[in-house]
Design a protein around this ligand. Structure first.
Ligand SMILES: C=C(O[C@@H]1C=C(C(=O)O)C=C[C@H]1O)C(=O)O
Ligand SMILES: NC(=O)CC[C@H](N)C(=O)O
Length: 724
């Protein structure tokens, strides 16, 4: 007999698809509750007394090899427990390999690795494949266990391992990924069969699991998904603020001229523009003053810095973390009264580095001597703003400050004159440009491929940095050049001391609509073709959407991002667009869209829903498209291959609105500089800019082509320094 709410233990081997598996298990096993543990969280001895509380164990995929203790953790011991502890187990990929290795199988490297590619699976139609029709399965493995294979047929172990060993144990496993969004026919169907067989085995053996909820919670934590959003530091709660707003129709408004009207040319002031220079709908200008609150923090610090009116105070985080602090701060800034059609009413605007995401993965970030000068979180709280609808030319002026109507009307009148940007001299040419070296880059691509062949990663986003020294000059003029050379939906100009940042990014990372019913949308780009003579849209479609390599590259990140989103919102995650070709100024790109929201059935405290987007952001950094998969292992590998930190590049920038909505872009096709470099470089006469560029390396990568691709991306920004 099946227990009322079966408990399932899901073992995570540090993969980036584990929550996808959890969502599949949830759909396959009615009313189950799933506890997720890392494969090194316990020893088998610690686990043994609790195993029989579970109705089933799912052993997930992961990087590395089943015969390496560091990669496989306690999983290897699960298969050999004494009879009385046996529980039905389903293994996926690394899980299958471990099962086979423990029963004498030999682990080998595949000759041809097919990460993110689909294979047709032949099966007997019995056992976990009973009633299953055609199976098209996504594969993510470099290793395999010796199984007789016929030509193109995927090696597949689905039998009760007991048959081979005479142990009659209820263990099943597949080498492919049943939870991938592109696996067809071998996901839900196979898991439902597994559950049916598991229930049968349990009742034949008369082994009704008797879980003790309290003990399980204590040992394994809350069941997935844990939908409780942070509600700490309640003392920040205030009454909602009221937004004052007025919309002016200004048919001749020019965003660049508007910034100039607001004093952008004064390089000593803070400034922030989120600019839909192409394709986007809204451009957002933060109207900052010396009183605006700047929030900054560096990883490895136990405080954050608040800067306002020329004074900096340090806030001791007292054991909480910076994300939670900011979350609580924003709960206190809640505002009402803005227009539902305007995405931003005021709130936090700024940048987060790649390293803040690395830190979130619990990977050490080396200490920096000049941490305060390279903040990982650099945000400003915007109380006055102008939002230009670039389609309708409606310009909304808004303020969170009390009694600010006069400023709003006065600003509206002034903006009517913001029609012609100032003429400007071409920005000074660089004194030096140091780009990545071809030989080194290519040898790193090959090193990446070795990690892909050894099973440590499925995809690695390798990047390099270009350092440019120019005579010091107007960063705004530099932005104007970039904006006209490479207009992009996520263009931006930000001067939040010590960081100056110019963007022409095409890639949205995460947007979240304002609650209730907050919808989170991620739009990873993976797959790039340079525009050039003869490269029509049709040809680009063929080269991208028609390419096994490019689609696989994109799919791997889609699956990774589904996992990130499932990790926070639970079951309700959909891929609403898969591998669509989009056109930008210098490149065509392959884009997918993944959306998720809190499930209808879940009943979290909805008053916390305004924190949902921030929580997704926190749990999903660094952006999967900039790391590869599985994320943690890939980031660790990249740390050993690249020269130092990525900093602003590969992080995100954008806003979190006081209404609970937000929009964050991936920091690519951009450049940045810091006010103060380490003393040995400091010199007021020069500006030192950095541009990052890279691309995803897969088993199918051609090193020369990867070098070209990195250069295509680099030149979309570099040509604003050195000319076309
Ligand atoms: C790494 C960069 O871009 C990333 C890699 C892409 C790719 O490999 O096709 C595409 C978009 C970005 O996610 C970059 O622009 O520097
Ligand atoms: N997806 C997986 O579990 C991969 C398993 C193993 N690391 C391999 O590459 O074969």
């Amino acid at each position: 007999m099946t227990p009322e709410t079966p408990k399932v233990l899901l073992v995570d081997s540090y993969d980036s698809f584990t929550f996808n598996l959890a969502a599949l298990v949830q759909r396959s096993i009615p009313n189950c509750s799933i506890h997720i543990v890392k494969n090194d969280q316990f020893t088998i001895d610690q686990l043994l007394p609790h195993l029989r509380s579970f109705s089933a164990i799912i052993v997930g995929p992961g990087p590395g090899s089943p015969d390496k203790a560091h990669d496989i953790g306690f999983v290897k011991d699960l298969w050999k427990v004494a009879d009385e502890y046996v529980v039905p187990i389903f293994g996926v990929c690394l899980g299958l390999q471990s099962l086979c290795v423990e029963y004498g199988g030999q682990i080998k490297r595949l000759n041809v690795v097919k990460h993110g590619q689909i294979s047709r699976v032949s099966h007997t139609g019995t056992d976990i494949f009973a009633e299953v029709k055609d199976v098209f399965a996504v594969r993510y493995h470099s290793l395999h266990v010796k199984v007789d294979v016929d030509g193109d047929i995927l090696p597949l172990a689905w039998t009760d391992d007991g048959e081979e060993n005479g142990l009659h144990r209820p263990f099943w496993a597949v080498q492919y990924h049943p939870e991938s969004v592109r696996t067809d026919g071998g996901g839900l169907e196979v898991f439902q069969n597994f559950w049916r067989l598991a229930v049968q085995w349990t009742s034949q053996k008369n082994r009704q699991p008797k879980p003790d909820g309290a003990i399980l919670r204590k040992m394994f934590g809350k069941a997935w998904p844990d939908l409780d959003l942070p509600r700490h530091l309640e003392h920040h709660l205030n009454r909602a603020r009221t937004l004052s707003t007025h919309t002016f129709h200004l048919p001749d408004i020019n965003v660049v001229a508007m910034c100039e009207l607001f004093g952008v040319e004064d390089e000593n002031s803070s400034f922030a523009l989120l600019d839909s220079a192409a394709q986007g709908r809204f451009s957002i200008l933060a109207c900052l003053s010396p009183d605006s609150l700047h929030i900054s923090h560096s990883v490895n610090e136990s405080h954050l810095s608040l800067r306002k009116a020329g004074t900096t105070t340090q806030v001791d985080l007292k054991g909480t973390d910076v994300w939670t602090w900011i979350s609580a701060f924003m709960r206190g800034q809640k505002a009402l009264g803005g227009s539902p059609d305007i995405p931003f009413w005021g709130g936090l605007v700024g940048m987060l580095t790649y390293e803040i995401g690395v830190d979130g993965l619990q990977i050490p970030v080396p200490a920096r001597p000049n941490a305060a000068h390279h903040p990982d979180i650099n945000l400003v709280f915007v109380e006055r703003s102008v939002v230009v609808d670039v389609m309708t030319k409606n310009v909304t002026v808004q303020s969170l400050l009390p009694n600010d109507e006069e400023w709003i009307m006065e600003t509206g009148r002034k903006l009517a004159g913001a029609t012609v940007p100032a003429a400007y001299p071409p920005p000074a040419r660089p004194l030096s440009v140091v780009t990545p070296k071809k030989e080194k880059y290519i040898s790193r691509v090959n090193e990446c491929k070795e990690y892909l062949f050894s099973g440590d990663s499925y995809e690695l986003c390798l990047t390099g940095q270009t350092h440019i020294t120019t005579p010091s000059g107007s960063s705004w003029n530099r932005y104007k050049t970039l904006r006209s050379n490479n207009p992009a939906p996520h263009s931006a100009y930000m001067r939040l001391s010590p960081t100056t940042f110019l963007s022409s990014s095409p890639e949205r990372f995460l947007s979240f609509s304002r609650p209730p019913g907050s919808l989170c949308q991620l739009r990873p780009i993976k797959g790039t073709v340079r525009k050039g003579p003869g490269v029509t849209r049709e040809i680009a479609e063929e080269l991208l959407a028609g390419s096994v390599k490019e689609v696989a590259e994109n799919l791997m990140i889609v699956d990774l991002i589904r996992h990130d989103l499932h990790g926070v919102v639970g079951e309700d995650v959909q891929v609403t667009k898969f591998c669509v070709v989009e056109e930008y100024e210098t490149v065509y790109q392959l884009v997918s869209v993944i959306e998720g929201r809190l499930s209808e059935s879940s009943s979290p405290d909805r008053s916390s829903e305004s924190q949902l987007g921030w929580e997704v952001l926190r749990k999903s950094l660094p952006p999967g498209s900039m790391t590869g998969a599985p994320k943690k292992r890939s980031v660790e590998i990249l740390q050993t291959l690249e020269d130092g930190e990525r900093m602003i590049y590969s992080g995100v920038f954008g806003y979190w609105c006081v209404s609970g909505g937000g929009d964050w872009a991936v920091t690519i096709r951009s450049c940045f500089k810091y006010d103060e470099e380490p003393a040995e470089y400091r010199d007021d006469k020069f500006d030192k800019w950095t541009i990052g560029a890279g691309g995803a390396i897969t088993a199918l990568s051609d090193p020369e082509a990867e070098w070209e691709e990195m250069n295509t991306k680099l030149s979309s920004v570099l040509r604003s320094f050195v000319g076309a």
